[in-house]
Design a protein around this ligand. Sequence first.
Ligand SMILES: Nc1ncnc2c1ncn2[C@@H]1O[C@H](COP(=O)(O)OP(=O)(O)OP(=O)(O)O)[C@@H](O)[C@H]1O
Ligand SMILES: [Mg+2]
Length: 262
Amino acid sequence: MQRIVVLNPKGGSGKTTIASNLAACYAVHGERPALMDLDPQGSSMRWLRKRPNEEPAIHGIAAFEKSATVTRSWQMRIPPECRTVIIDTPAAVDAHALPDLTRAVDAVLVPVMPSDIDIHATAKCIADLLLVAKIRRSERRIGIIANRVRPNTRVSQSLTRFLHSLDIPLIATLRDTQNYVRSAEIGVGVCEMPRWQVQQDLPQWQAILSWLAVKRRVTVPSVDSAVRVASIERPSSEPNRTQVAPLAGLTSTADRELDVSA
Ligand SMILES: Nc1ncnc2c1ncn2[C@@H]1O[C@H](COP(=O)(O)OP(=O)(O)OP(=O)(O)O)[C@@H](O)[C@H]1O
Ligand SMILES: [Mg+2]
């Protein structure tokens, strides 16, 4: 099973947007992914609840919830058919939580927005991943996603300079577009929206999938073919529609279960 965590303690950097869109990308390729939400705000689970029934299934795990009716390990159970789990994390995660959050994961995606405040916060996040979580650059597990980028702005240039200085791969640049706002509203990923609407965005998702596929040595799912399927199924005219709870325990070696109980 491939485990992907999306994190950046800076609020609003795009964690939920990326986690949910990534889950949609895998879902349209027939992999039933699991989307685990560690954020008490529950934004990923809210997105999933809005997801139309006719869209390919994504298994949701509301890891932030404390359930009195089921055991923690049942709540965290990942169905055997899920080959990928994507973990959405809250803002303001403490640096000391990072080792537990990243220990058992194959990929750590760090979204960063082009603003001085976000760049500064992300520099600290990367430093903590390297020094506190002790991820070595040579593992190539960390990938940065520049988010909400408007090309040729002064701040996008300082983001580019910052990313070059890090020696951590920039795996994709997502533009600032209402497609993501719409995607959040209707419970689908941009790869499930009509092609004409998202054609500028798809190559970026392809880049993310390719980077992730190298890690698990699989054929890269094509976002393009997914969009074709999604477009055929719908009329093309409408858009188709802090405190981290328990972090310790992402260390489970059981492939089918992530036990995040404290
Ligand atoms: N590329 C983008 N273009 C336009 N809007 C975007 C983009 N990425 C994210 N957004 C919007 O920015 C807002 C914050 O994004 P999101 O909720 O994904 O961030 P977050 O890091 O999960 O926030 P939090 O730290 O609060 O959990 C949302 O309204 C989302 O729709
Ligand atoms: Mg979020």
